[in-house]
Design a protein around this ligand. Sequence first.
Ligand code: ZN
Length: 243
Amino acid sequence: MENFSCLYCNSSFQELLPFGFDFPVLQKNKVIGAGYRLCVCSGCYSTDRERLLLLYLTEKSSEIFSTQNKIKLLHVAPEKNLSFVLSSQSNIEYIAGDKFPSLYNHYSHLEKCITLDITSLAYQDNIFDVIICNHVLEHIHDDITAMSELHRILKPGGWAILQVPISLVLEETYEDFSITSPEEREKAFGQRDHVRIYSKDYLQRLESVGFRVSTHNPMKEKWTSNLSKYGINLLEDVILGKK
Ligand SMILES: [Zn+2]
């Protein structure tokens, strides 16, 4: 890798810090977006997947930063650095939420992080322009209900970024709700609080609740030159659901 250059804090480093878990099931199924790797910026602690989203937004969807556009945006399980960028934009009405909002309250820009159950959202239909839900659905038992709720609160024409760890080796999504202990889940799904490993049929699950789904790969779409310097996983697609 050439010298890493951070999209969030502009630091440059030779090396990134380690992140993720080293369970055999993740390697066996070549799960993209999970597993042990060197991907954390030692300046701001952003991860590869947090940087992927900012690169996507700046290179492929920069209209959300235009002061002309009033955007109502819901950020589920808000990553610290991305939430700082989004909440700082004067044109974005920014709402952050999580099942456990106290995890975020020590960040001043996330003091208002609200309690959110994405399987039962206390919002009217059709009110958000954009939703960002990055690596959340793999934690949720009733993911179809959560997808349906996210779709419901989006405006027609709105869109959501819906990242999950995904295996392109598995024929279909692997889930087994009889596996409940953290230790068993680590073995089966690669993380103690994951309830499945998604496969390609993840996209069909999103379509089943009404999303029009597209995937966007930084390398295939040549988002920008020198992609390798941003320390992102070039195999990870941005998964977009439009309403
Ligand atoms: Zn950084």
